[in-house]
Design a binder for this molecule. Sequence first.
Ligand code: NSS
Length: 436
Amino acid sequence: MDDALVEQAKEAKVEELSSLEEGSLVDLKGWVYVKSHHGGMVFVRLRDSTGLVQVVFKKNVVGKEKLELAEKLTRESSIRVIGAVHFDKRAPGGVEVHAKDFEVIGSAPSDYPIRPGVGVSVMLDYRHLHLRGVKMTSVWKVYSEMLKAVREWFEQHGYYEVHVPIFVTAACEGGATLFEVSYFGRKAYLSQSAQMYLEAAIFSLEKVYCVQPSFRAEKSRTRRHLTEFWQVEAEVAFADMWDIIEIEEQLLSYVCQKLKERAWKHLRKFRKKFTPPEPPFPRIKYDEAVDILQSKGVEIEWGEDFGADEERVLSKEFDTPFFVTHYPRQCKAFYHKPDPSNPSVTLSVDMLAPEGYGEISGGGQRIDDYQELVESIKLFGLKVEDYGWYLDLRKYGSVPHSGFGIGLGRTLQWILKAPHIRDVVMFPRTINRVYP
Ligand code: NSS
């Protein structure tokens, strides 16, 4: 590389180029996305984390040797280019870079496995490479903005962020989906939810949240189940189910507004229109949901849980996220508080995304009475001795409290209208995929 040029050039990212002046000398680093050549000129679309730009290599500027090197550039080779910004209506994006010098940082063989026309399984087998794609990059950026907005909302509302263990000794969401691990010869499990530990934390901090992975040995192959997924979970002392509903709708509404403001250029690659939902979201009871489903010809009896099919039908009836409350006891985990006015149902609440997507969050009010919790643990066929510390929370100064968990993958799947949850998760883990 020509030292004098390197000295004069300004390090730049692709997205900044259009704000620079004609002729500005820039120092760009990135990867070769597409290359073509015609009559003594080579055109490379260079990709960096901020976008794509066309770089033009001319023989009379870079010289014969470098032009030959440019002609041989392969897809995904990484290069550094010093060149001048040139505005040209014909260039994609209206701006291009005329190379004055360049070097190859890391060359790539010509067998890059992600080519036009390859199938979904190839893209998943090579996810470590596929994730660099321009559209995939937009997914990761929306995800990152989503997390930023989640944290902002909690920060603005007086919550503490905490982290709790992944190695645990008891089921939160039922034994059937526990992943067992050998913990120095003792039996332990991977956490299904941070909830029980967040419940402990509210006795110190009152309002807490965490962003953590959850693990479920899900045997079901659906478009919305992973074995490892991330939730944002919150727990609040002295809150009831209705308080939780308000928190969730405010949070989701804030996050969607911020995405619209800050990430529309990425979102629009996935949907034509995005109207952030505004509180209050519709609330219906489980009983009403069953009536709606039966009226649509779905065969469901009171007391049965909703599966993907039922939720799809139900959520097509709404054009904004909505809440379903008061699920029967047998549909929900042991910790849900029975409704004192009708103990066959619980003070539980799921939030469902519209347009056929279905459940994106689960939560509600927790049993806060010691004896009632002991009985519930037994009723669900669990061992009271496994829940010793959890029961202690009801022994020493128990308070009414509630919480929820929003699945980040499911939420992003809805926001980006993705057919499958794995489309929006960087390294998806499913029943038959644990590589790469
Ligand atoms: O099982 S949940 O409905 N509820 C809980 O885990 C509570 N303990 C959370 C709490 O109150 N702190 O899961 C919550 C959400 C659910 O609505 C989905 O959005 C997501 O977590 N979830 C999943 N996403 C992807 N794959 C799988 N298998 C999955 N299971 C739940």
